[in-house]
Write a protein that binds this ligand. Structure first.
Ligand SMILES: C[S@@+](CC[C@H](N)C(=O)[O-])C[C@H]1O[C@@H](n2cnc3c(N)ncnc32)[C@H](O)[C@@H]1O
Length: 240
């Protein structure tokens, strides 16, 4: 019997602890040493502003996209729960940084660049516990690369609600998703399939949604998952 997306949503089983072990074991095939080409391609039309933007990168890992965005004059704020990628991001890119403990918030820390002209802050913290008050601002742009697709599908609405709470009312940004045949993959784990109708279902109440581009993802992303193919989709989102 084939699995419906409703069944799939109920079966997601990645937990917060899994991410720490993926990083510890180097099981991080999503990491790239280059900036995402679609960020470069769509930056001007979707993210650039007359004024420098504050760009939020949820579940940022150590993506090079943060460096590219900062080099283009933006203030960049990421959130990443696992400490190692926060440290690696700054040390591998030879960026001086400082670390502060977030007062009264468990093990939360904040990593800030101290290099001239690069304004990058990574909250080493659970995304769901982040507040605009803690950030000291709301972000007017966002770049979701590997965030929504990393979360159990039953968390989609919670994720969107939390993301919106960190953004200005006129914010806009780009969302990346992947799609594949859910019946080819018996373990329901990250990266999770987020079909186009699901994107509209969870986002339409709060944002306009426009498909920018579909790509065939490289075999290295899906071959080990026993999938025949995996489509990647970039969407432009603008808050309503
Ligand atoms: C698929 S990776 C994507 C990383 C990055 N965006 C990239 O494209 O390279 C997802 C990241 O989210 C982090 N993560 C998962 N759940 C999180 C949460 N609740 N709060 C903060 N980070 C989280 C994981 O540790 C992991 O680094």
């Amino acid at each position: 019997m084939s699995l419906t997306y409703k069944d799939y949503v109920a079966l997601g089983n990645d937990t917060v602890e899994d991410w720490a072990s993926y990083w510890a074991e180097g099981d991080t095939n999503w990491v790239s040493d280059k900036c995402n080409p679609c960020l470069i391609k769509y930056y001007q039309s979707c993210l650039a502003c007359d004024q420098p933007s504050t760009i939020f990168v949820p579940l940022c890992g150590k993506t090079q996209d943060m460096l590219w965005l900062a080099r283009n004059g933006n203030r960049v704020i990421g959130v990443e729960m696992v400490p190692q990628p926060c440290i690696d991001f700054f040390s591998e890119n030879n960026i001086d940084y400082c670390v502060e403990k977030l007062q009264g918030i468990g093990d939360g820390k904040v990593y800030r660049s101290q290099a001239d002209g690069l304004d990058i802050t990574i909250y080493n913290f659970n995304f769901y516990e982040l507040t605009a008050e803690l950030l000291g601002c709301q972000c007017n742009r966002f770049w979701d690369i590997g965030a929504l697709i990393a979360l159990n599908p039953e968390q989609h609405s919670k994720y969107i609600q939390q993301l919106m709470s960190l953004l200005t009312p006129d914010a806009q940004g780009i969302l990346f998703t992947v799609e594949f045949d859910i019946n080819q993959r018996p373990d329901v784990a990250s990266p999770f399939c987020v079909p186009e109708n699901r994107v509209h279902e969870v986002l339409s109440p709060v944002a306009s949604v426009k498909l920018l581009e579909s790509i065939d993802t490289p075999y290295s992303w899906y071959g080990h998952l026993n999938l025949n193919s995996m489509d990647g989709k970039f969407y432009f989102l603008k808050r309503k």
